[in-house]
Design a protein around this ligand. Structure first.
Ligand code: ADP
Ligand code: ASP
Ligand code: MG
Length: 409
């Protein structure tokens, strides 16, 4: 007998019909003698709908109240699934995050899980129930409802799996696994049988929204066996593995991309010690995360240019702050660009293979795609390019590195 945690995303529970299909799948796993905990998202589109309603009332909704509102989406699906399971003769109980003590910090709209009291869930499992838990939500020390950030049900599932020491955490979604890149952008993308935990972490943090990054971090920290698979069909999906050797000997695991980027530049600042700090200090103080940074080499005048990127949501605030510090520094001009994206190659094989970067740059050059910024780490290379080149850039690299279905076969 195994203990399995299954998470179903928004599309997988998007209608009464879909919920009945999920119930059938859950029941099958239980009938095979497994203990099953199910974690659910809200129906697809529901969280967006709720946020839209809030914005009609308040331009920037109060985070605490937004959490009370957003968390209702998941309460609907857990109740419906429990009913569907009971109707199919499979005893089930639904719980909100608070009811099973998913304790988080108080950072509303992006709370982090601190602790889970698994006793109630375990007691139910031992009594033969399927336990259905609302994803995306928790409760803080004050008893206030919190949510975990968009896509947070993945993290709920992995955290519950860790707390229960589950044998596997299965993330059911609308694709049948983790692909070499988002199959919606490159239809030739290939499903991976396995991906290393490190690569998955990079892919998620560089924009692949198939798993929320915190869920991958959690899986790494507590060594939770994690699998991504389809709720619409059968198949083994993709296993996130901790053994590098077990993975096919590819240099590149996949390509991630992010549209959530914005670039800010300050022109003509003095090239002297302390300037980077004067520019980025106030940005950091405002809790805005800076991603890539470039400082040009000063020409004769001892003036330099400084460019960095932030999340698009932080652009307006970052611009305000930068304009103030640019004035203090006597900078010539401040520029902003929202029409940029980041494309990244990810693979542990990069450690032992030279020449990946030059191949990447030459492939992009051949398509006339100008690279605006570059950053690298041991297992990834990211470039910033104009937004209009996103699809072309991803497909070009996908082919150049032999990731297409045909070239791999
Ligand atoms: P859910 O609602 O089930 O949580 P998400 O929309 O959050 O589903 O995640 C699944 C989606 O992630 C897919 O439909 C796909 O478009 C996207 N995606 C992005 N990158 C990848 C990738 N490398 N492999 C598979 N899917 C990806
Ligand atoms: N319903 C939440 C969202 O749309 C959480 C999730 O689906 O994982 O972001
Ligand atoms: Mg998701």
């Amino acid at each position: 007998m195994a203990l399995i945690v299954q998470k179903y995303g928004g599309t997988s529970v998007g209608s009464a019909e879909r919920i009945l299909a999920v119930a059938e799948r859950v029941k099958r796993w239980r009938d095979q003698g497994n203990q099953v905990v199910v974690v659910l998202s809200a129906m697809s589109g529901e969280t967006d709908r709720l946020i839209g309603l809030a914005r009609q009332i308040q331009e920037r909704p109060e985070p605490r109240e937004l959490d009370v509102l957003m968390s209702t989406g998941e309460q609907v699906t857990i109740a419906l699934l429990s009913m569907a399971l009971s109707a199919q003769g499979c005893p089930a109980r639904s719980y909100t995050g608070a009811q099973v003590h998913i304790l988080t910090d108080s950072a509303h709209n992006k709370a982090r899980i601190r602790d889970i009291d698994a006793a109630r869930v375990k007691a139910d499992l031992d009594a033969g129930h399927v336990v259905v838990v609302a994803g995306f939500q928790g409760i803080d020390e004050l008893g206030d409802i919190t949510t975990l950030g968009r896509g947070g049900s993945d993290t709920s599932a992995v955290a519950i799996a860790a707390a229960l020491k589950a044998d596997e955490c299965q993330i059911y979604t609308d694709v049948d696994g983790v692909y070499t890149t988002d199959p919606r952008v490159e239809p030739k993308a290939r499903k991976l049988e396995r991906i290393t935990f490190e690569e998955m972490l990079e892919m998620a943090s560089l924009g692949s929204k198939v798993l929320q990054i915190r869920s991958v971090e959690f899986a790494g920290k507590y060594k939770v066996p994690l699998r991504v698979l389809s709720s619409f069909g059968e198949g083994e999906g993709t296993l996130i593995t901790f053994e590098e050797d077990a993975v096919e000997n590819a240099k590149i695991a996949g390509i991630a991309f992010s549209r959530d980027e914005a670039k800010l530049t300050v022109l003509g600042v003095p090239d002297q010690p302390g300037v980077a700090h004067q520019i980025l200090g106030p940005i950091a103080a405002a809790n805005i995360e800076v991603d890539m940074i470039i400082q040009n080499i000063a020409a004769q005048e001892a003036l330099t240019d400084f460019t960095f990127t932030v999340h698009r949501n932080d652009y307006a605030r970052a611009m305000e702050i930068l304009e103030a510090s640019a004035k203090q520094l006597g900078a010539r001009q401040v520029l902003g660009d929202l029409q940029i994206v980041k494309i990244s190659l990810v693979g542990v094989g990069m450690r032992s293979h030279a020449g990946i970067a030059s191949r990447m740059f030459s492939a992009l050059a051949q398509e006339g795609i100008n690279i605006r910024m570059i950053s690298t780490s041991e297992i990834k290379i990211s470039v910033v390019v104009d937004e209009k080149y996103l699809e072309l850039g991803v497909r070009t690299l996908h082919e150049a590195f032999g990731l297409d279905q045909a070239s791999a076969a």
